[in-house]
Design a binder for this molecule. Sequence first.
Ligand SMILES: Nc1ncnc2c1ncn2[C@@H]1O[C@H](COP(=O)(O)OP(=O)(O)OP(=O)(O)O)[C@@H](O)[C@H]1O
Length: 237
Amino acid sequence: MENLVAGYPGRVLVRNLFLRLPKPAFVAVVGHNGSGKTTLFRVLTGQLPYQGSVQLLGQEVRGLRRAAQAGLLGYLPQRGSIGFSISVRELVVMGRYRHHGLLSAYAPADYALADAALDRVGMGHLARQDFTQLSGGEQQLVWLAQLSLQDAQLYLLDEPTQQLDVYYRRQVFGLIYGWVQEQGKTVLCSTHDLDNLPGLSGYLLNLSEPQPQLRPLSPHAVQAAREWLEQAPRRAT
Ligand SMILES: Nc1ncnc2c1ncn2[C@@H]1O[C@H](COP(=O)(O)OP(=O)(O)OP(=O)(O)O)[C@@H](O)[C@H]1O
């Protein structure tokens, strides 16, 4: 990102941001409510116009079509709801869509991958349940299972541990950290959950700072961010 400026009419939220993310990397994106975390993700997913330059693996986002289909990007939005009944297993197997034509049926091998992904997030026992009837936290874990099958190079996770209990929050950080360490993925993860960050290595980006920059993740950096976030936010104009 070079000299990135983005926001909404009359409201600049991301101002002159310069960032170069290493690959692979785990990046925790923190900031007060309304500091622009989701806005930054909307820029990266091509949903919001911007000024300056944003490149994903050398390609300018502005001109990029179908980043997800190309395997560049996997995105977990903050509120991923669906309005129709579908079994958990069928929803998860759709993470394999890049490997299929739109109408071709998924193979037993795809379902085996879906089952394994569900087991990894601790939701294997819900495979045959109707997704819409799960709790918010269970749904969040199922989305993560689906995302893991997408096999994207960069994952944008917008508050993946919201609604999760203490146990599953730690599990989810362990899971996505494994995507970085074992699979070489780059993960940008927005979060208010500072408690689980000190044990991880990677980077911290605090969008509440006037000039946000990547800082190496450490207990000290997390504590500094915590102290910052305990103060009242400065509002963008
Ligand atoms: N479409 C829009 N038009 C105008 N303002 C918007 C729009 N979408 C979001 N905003 C505003 O932009 C600001 C930043 O929103 P954003 O969702 O990026 O914050 P965030 O850091 O992700 O917050 P949270 O931690 O609460 O999820 C908020 O004040 C929000 O009201």
